[in-house]
Design a protein around this ligand. Structure first.
Ligand SMILES: Cc1cc2nc3c(=O)[nH]c(=O)nc-3n(C[C@H](O)[C@H](O)[C@H](O)COP(=O)(O)OP(=O)(O)OC[C@H]3O[C@@H](n4cnc5c(N)ncnc54)[C@H](O)[C@@H]3O)c2cc1C
Length: 394
């Protein structure tokens, strides 16, 4: 059995940011990251890949290159946790023990919760920005559509970056307009939620954006099936339970998501299956030597990389304090951010906290659509990610 002082589960946004910050704080710490994938993705770029602005490969780096030098990479996946024994078991059957554990394996995409989707996605007008394997098909189908109905969906429950399902709808609408086919295409955005965005300040602006663009919005519509042969999307109405059928010519599906099964089946789980952490200290509610952050955590905020940028320093400060048997002084206020792309030259930069109160970075009204903020998303934020966040510097 191998042993590490600090074991990190998941080498995605949260895992690497925490590993880098811990290593910077004390290079003598014995840290290992368990991550099965060869590649690390900057997923926020997938919105722009779907809109044809970047190629899929531009969102990827070798995992080996993002693991901080001096931190051990265990190329395996965690299968089960035994937190009472301070150990876990990997899919290869190896048991690894730890003094401190950080759990950050992200959110699980549940493609099979929509009947027919797994078989259909990537083919004949069915696309999704939510996987590196399918994001290329989004731009292909947007470009190919010359007439008919373009449908965009948002499922019930938590998804990565709550605004992302809308972003691709607005980009597609803008493309149709620029390609001269907009008047032959009916653009629809359907959502299981009751409204376009959770925070009123940004919701009011986004409602005007959808109206200006002539996007038909339908709420409380939860996609349950894609019938690829007849190009039909089947919905359940969240309030009336009525079945609704909408014909499409292209459909962008945001698949249902949830806690990873191996977390939801473990002793670390919250009632809803997430890694059960204190919403301020990010320490596990029952196991004091376990911390959790990112999409897999129970934190009641919108699941974004931007939120992780504020969570990671809190985990690191509190974990180091716990190692010194000191009180956990650092707290996370629920900050998250969602840059809602509203077209090829505009973006609304939503930033807010646990109370849904705007927590804006810039000294201007960020609810306004701006070209400068789109430039920030295209060039500034990716640079901040690769060179700042993943190096533990931002
Ligand atoms: C289309 C799209 C648009 C987005 N737009 C934005 C945006 O504009 N702004 C923003 O801030 N965020 C955005 N996000 C969200 C952001 O990408 C995620 O919130 C962030 O990547 C979550 O980080 P994480 O570390 O929790 O999970 P991830 O980065 O997904 O990493 C999880 C890692 O855990 C690994 N893993 C999984 N299972 C196991 C296991 N059993 N054992 C070990 N490792 C495992 C995975 O391989 C993966 O590398 C977007 C996401 C998508 C998909």
């Amino acid at each position: 059995m191998s042993h590490h002082q600090i074991l990190i589960v998941g080498g995605g946004t949260a895992g690497i940011t925490v590993a880098a910050r811990l290593h910077n704080a004390d290079p003598k710490l014995d840290i290992a990251v368990i991550e099965p994938s060869d590649k690390h993705y900057y997923q926020p770029l997938w919105t722009l890949v779907g809109g044809g602005i970047f190629r899929p490969e531009e969102s990827a780096r070798e995992e080996a290159d993002v693991i901080p030098y001096g931190v051990k990479w265990i190329k395996d996946a965690v299968a089960t946790f035994q937190p009472n024994e301070n150990q876990l078991t990997t899919r290869d059957g190896t048991t690894i023990s730890y003094e401190y554990l950080v759990v950050a394996p992200g959110i699980q995409i549940n493609w099979d919760k929509v009947k027919g989707l797994k078989e259909a996605v990537g083919k004949e007008g069915v696309c999704s920005n939510y996987s590196i394997n399918t994001v290329g098909s989004t731009w292909k189908f947007i470009q190919e559509l010359k007439e008919g109905t373009a449908l965009f969906t948002q499922p019930a429950g938590a998804v990565k970056c709550g605004g992302a399902p809308q972003k691709i709808c607005y980009l597609a609408e803008d493309h149709f307009r620029r390609a001269g086919v907009r008047d032959k295409i009916h653009v629809m955005f359907t959502s299981a939620s009751p409204r376009l965005f959770a925070v009123d300040k940004y919701r009011e602006v986004l409602e005007k954006v959808a109206a200006r663009k002539g996007v038909e919005t339908r709420f409380r519509h939860n996609l349950t099936e894609v019938r690829a042969a007849t190009k039909e999307a089947i919905y359940r109405h969240m309030d009336t339970d009525e079945e609704i059928v909408i014909k499409y010519d292209m459909i962008h599906v945001t698949p249902p998501m949830g806690a990873p099964d191996f977390v939801a089946n473990s002793e670390l789980k919250s009632e809803a299956g997430w890694v059960d952490v204190d919403k301020y200290t990010l320490q596990h509610t029952r196991f004091a030597n376990v911390f959790g952050l990112g999409d897999a955590s129970s934190l009641p905020t919108s699941k974004t990389g931007a939120a992780i940028r504020k969570q990671a320093p809190v985990v690191v400060k509190n974990l180091l304090a716990a190692m010194q048997h000191e009180p956990l002084a650092a707290t996370y206020d629920g900050y998250t951010s969602c840059p809602v792309v509203t077209g090829y030259d505009s973006l609304v930069l939503a930033e807010f906290d646990y109370d849904g109160q705007p927590a804006e970075t810039f000294p201007f009204n960020q609810a306004q659509e701006r070209f400068s903020m789109l430039m920030l998303k295209k060039f500034g934020l990716p640079a901040l990610y690769w060179h700042g966040m993943l190096k533990g510097r931002a």
